[in-house]
Design a protein around this ligand. Sequence first.
Ligand SMILES: C[S@@+](CC[C@H](N)C(=O)[O-])C[C@H]1O[C@@H](n2cnc3c(N)ncnc32)[C@H](O)[C@@H]1O
Length: 212
Amino acid sequence: MRQGRISNAQRRAHVELLSVYGVPFSPAPLDLDRLFGRSAPTILEIGFGMGETTAAIAQQHPENDYLGVEVHTPGVGSLLARIAELRLGNVRVIQHDAVEVLQTMIAPAAFDGVHLFFPDPWPKKRHHKRRLIQAPFAALLASKMKAGALLHACTDWEDYARQMLEVFSAETALRNSASGYADRPATRPQTKFERRGLGLGHRVWDLVFRKA
Ligand SMILES: C[S@@+](CC[C@H](N)C(=O)[O-])C[C@H]1O[C@@H](n2cnc3c(N)ncnc32)[C@H](O)[C@@H]1O
């Protein structure tokens, strides 16, 4: 995995704060109430990138808890720094592959919501098999959502949007909240990746599905 450049501030935050707000990967189910020290609606965010959106949403919704999963060290450092700066008590971070985390650390029906903003698009056809959103992943994700929980995904790649729509629509445990693509929910702040895409002239497609 290429980790890219890491700034001194991100490295410092990663070293100093991962033990405070991070959760080590462990193949044992996580007790979310114990982790956050309370029982509150918990939202999973997969691939939070630099985490500005995560921090902004968590700050706007102190009533919810947010579990962010990301593999990229500079991004993890960046979110950890932001959590400390904003003194957010409702965000925890796991630096690990989200599929393995879901498979081994998360109990069934654990989450009240899932955020999946701009997953890596893998635009080349021969790389499409690397895309996260495929049928087995949708089933795994749905199994970790409570009845009524919302799954919010978005992308700026039209054919990945179409793939997401097909895959989530085919998952029997999920119901589309819109007919086709959803309007951009007001709750989703613009992400860094999104600004880049919009700058390149891309459109954005949002999808909001509810666990049956
Ligand atoms: C295109 S970026 C989008 C980041 C952010 N959501 C945004 O909108 O700015 C996708 C992110 O997903 C992360 N990612 C990809 N596969 C992952 C996996 N299996 N588990 C956790 N994170 C993953 C990447 O490291 C990357 O930061």
